[in-house]
Design a protein around this ligand. Sequence first.
Ligand SMILES: [Zn+2]
Length: 307
Amino acid sequence: MTRSLSKIKSSSFLYLLLGTVFILSVASIVYSSEVRPSSFSKIINSKFGSLLGHPVSKSVPSISPNLSPTPKATPKPLSFAEMNVLYGPCTYLPTFLYHHIQGRGLAVEKKQTALTVYTDVFRQQMQYLKDKGYNIVSMQDLINFFDAGIPIPSKSILLTFDDGYQDFYTDAYPILSGLGFKSTLFSATGLVGNPDYLVWDEMSSMNGLTLFANHTWSHKSLPSVDGEIQQREISTADTQLIEHGLNLPKVFAYPYGGYTPFAESYIKSLGYQLAFGTVPGSVLCKKQRFDLPRIRIGDVNLSYYGF
Ligand SMILES: [Zn+2]
């Protein structure tokens, strides 16, 4: 009797144990499936949310850079040969896209880590390119390839910096000029002189080794506005750059990668020769010269990207 009772007790205990384990498993699945999305959005908010509150003075445009490339459906990436047939002549020319180059402390303090490559990492990346024998070419070299068929040497790279942050002057340019590296800075010209942005005198002093180019006046997402506003955004930046002796050759970068056919035809009419988006890719083709791909470089060794 006692034995069978203890048997019953132990089997009840077993069932209780199994039941508890089952309930806990189900609960953990439900919990985790509920928790994951909100944790994800917390991360997104903590990383990117502060950008929306970026301080700018009154009467000047505000900016909230888009961090994700504009998706374009390419189910199967085309080979170089296929692209050459469709859009060629093409050349393999990785075009690096940077935003902020600044120290870790400042980036954290200003909540700009998502758009920052830390200065010491950037220095290592540039030195790596030098040590590995990469050629840093200019926009004019790419124009010469498209217009005159002058080949781009193998192991060539274009360096671009978007928006026109002050740290380009303090952190990036000294490293670039030390190595003799050419670059292009796409400036939203209405933001020049704002806190955290370059001023015109700094831009003029770096002109030559760096090409200062059009990224609209207020960093406007062009697909979201009508033709008249697109025209005003592009032409105001065009005029301001020219007034400061910059903008030659004329090249353009769409804010947020937002391409429009109107903007393409308008920049062509103003004499622009190239335009860049944010679609990832390293094959640059003549028939796509007004919506060229780039590679967004992060805070890692360049060998991560296969260089
Ligand atoms: Zn931008």
